[in-house]
Design a protein around this ligand. Sequence first.
Ligand SMILES: [Zn+2]
Ligand SMILES: [Zn+2]
Length: 341
Amino acid sequence: MRAMVFHGPGDLRAEELPVPEPETGELVLRVDAALTCGTDVKTLRRGHPVMIPKVPTVFGHEFAGTVTAVGAGVRGVREGDRVVAANSAPCGACRPCLAGRSNLCDDLLFVNGAYGEFIALPPRLVAKNVVGLGPGLPAARAAFAEPVACALLGIERARVESGQTIVVFGAGPLGCLLGMVAAARKARVILVGKSGWRFARVRGLGIGECLDATQTDDVVAAIRAATGGSGADVAIDATGRPEVWEQAIDATGRGGNVVFFGGCAPGTSIRLDTRRAHYEELTLLGAFHHTPELIRRAVDLMESGVLVPDDLITHRMRLDAVRQALDLMAEGNALKVLIEP
Ligand SMILES: [Zn+2]
Ligand SMILES: [Zn+2]
């Protein structure tokens, strides 16, 4: 089979590999749809010690497919079933898992391999984080399950309620999904982005109000002005930049919640106004990854039509064009690229 194999930072190769055979407890899928992700762009540039602990590995982590082979001992799944799989599976036995926070599992098993014609899913993933798809849910949409589940976690942590004003910093695919999930909860959404091809495209999606950070010298003041001076009920950073984390705090009103959704470079830090944090009771929250429950909820929301992220797909490409697809993402000239092997 053809596959795009990651050998280390900057080193992505098109290779011919054997089609995997399922071991006990495993499933083999034909990948019907894979999606590019900002994490792929980052990982290709500098590697990813958590998601990709060892190389070489087939690259990519957002995908949906059709079961082509079922390993011994797997129940409830048959050849020909259409499924989506998360890119990780928690152990179910550690302290965070037992406390219902399996996104923080001490032993999260990561799975890569979306950019190949076939993928073998390891037993723990098969047992915990593979979801069957109804006939009305196309593979290209189902492949959004992972990023949608991440967005659900962020919105959940923020306790977004109807009528609140949610400001999302960053208008990439995850910023958009956070906005869409918040809008589905009947919140007012303000997306903060930077002018360019991508932000123009996002404006056209009608997710919420769009604030161009390059058109003002004080984004925080612009947000305060747009909220009658009071600031956002919830501000979410989806850029992973420390200076934007600070803006998110500054743009949040009294009693508000700030969610640090975008991961910053290691070793960075932010300043915090202790007076505001205390007297204005700001709640500062991290949000990382997803849980099996949220993967299922993501599939349900897409299946029922509450959330239809299809418009975030701006390009379609073949497997051997993954590199170009990731370059387009890096240049800000694509939201999601659909890879059809
Ligand atoms: Zn992703
Ligand atoms: Zn665990």
